[in-house]
Design a protein around this ligand. Sequence first.
Ligand code: KG4
Ligand code: ZN
Length: 439
Amino acid sequence: MLTLHKAAAALPKPSRSRMCEFLRSFGFDPGKLFLHKLILGIETSCDDTAAAVVDDSGKVWGEAIHSQTEVHLKTGGIVPPVAQQLHRENIQRIVKEALSTSKISPSELSAIATTVKPGLALSLGVGLSFSLRLVDQLKIPFIPIHHMEAHALTIRLLNKVEFPFLVLLISGGHCLLALVRGVSDFLLLGKSLDVAPGDMLDKVARRLSLIKHPECSTMSGGKAIEHLAKQGNKLHFDIKPPMQRAKNCDFSFTGLQHVTDRIITQKEKEEGIFLINRVDKIHNAGLCLKIPARFAGIQKGQILSSAAHIAAAVQHTTACHIAKRTHRAILFCKQRDLLPQSNAVLVASGGVASNFYIRKALEIVTNATQCTLLCPPPRLCTDNGIMIAWNGIERLRAGVGVLYNTEGIRYEPKCPLGVDISEEVGEAAIKVPRLKMEI
Ligand code: KG4
Ligand code: ZN
């Protein structure tokens, strides 16, 4: 740094552009020198080990990610100790890769931001202890990050979005609607009363054995459902949206999961009859069978012929349920003057918000309410290091939660987001006009 300042002083009254050129001739990137603070973001809250370097202008200098999706698909869900072991095996490599693609040395970092809540305890622990060692070595501040706050603020890295705005966060572990009034100032309007939509879609995909489907074998459950649904007819099965009578902004997905499960069981039985016929033929041909024909329903791992219709129906019902609750949240915020009457912004993020069918359903709602829908691109909707680093920048700028002493810092597997006013929302009992969900 000192050498560079001396070199700069040798130039006669340099303009900024000439100075940049001069520095580039030494192989330095002047963007780093002029004002920009660089933050390393680290994410390990669930099944992705991710890191990124972002500066305070929103420029992404480098990123790296290791996804555990394929491993967890094989075990039929996330096994926390397995996730922990994979984070341990990959974190150093991923952080190194993010730094080396950024072409910056750790000593140039202004701070490290890391997800410490909410998430899987064993996974959060890996990211936190790695980060604490690094901040201790580098003697720089630490910025603990709330995973959902990071999902909510990602949009401000990409678009000029002012506070307040409404955010819908839908992922594998979370489902909530909140009003974002500032960097760490949230009003919680509604949340899932049971599981998150991504969790439900993952279970339906597993129940349908989509991992055996050649086109879906490496996709997350939700993505596989979206892919298969394109080939299906959403009206083939009539699945009613949950909580139609509850005039609040809460969500529920387990009922939907059970209904879908029953449809699958029924279809398995029906298609099993077809199998029994085939099995009988083989039996008659003198082949030995391990399973008596009367028990031979469709076997695990086989895909139902109606799988695409089921995927389309469950995706449609999920989209309608999410859209309706979001519609009510918009009306509530407008009624209370919490959002501007026109051109209010709805942000949708989290893994499930990368679903284009759900986005279209939300667009019908925003068009009807004169709002603007903004969604990060799918790779920034799912977990990543950029959103954590950016949240660090937001906190650094606002001067909130920047720690110079990390003593006593802990991860928190469970942690609500903001002030919960969902009861007040329910008491308002806002009736939502019916919208035609022609998607
Ligand atoms: O945000 P995320 O990466 O991790 C959590 O914080 O949970 O979200 C992962 C979830 C998984 O449940 C996955 O099945 C779902 O997001 N997901 C999708 C799609 N892509 C990922 N759900 C619906 N449609 C998609 N295209
Ligand atoms: Zn997430």
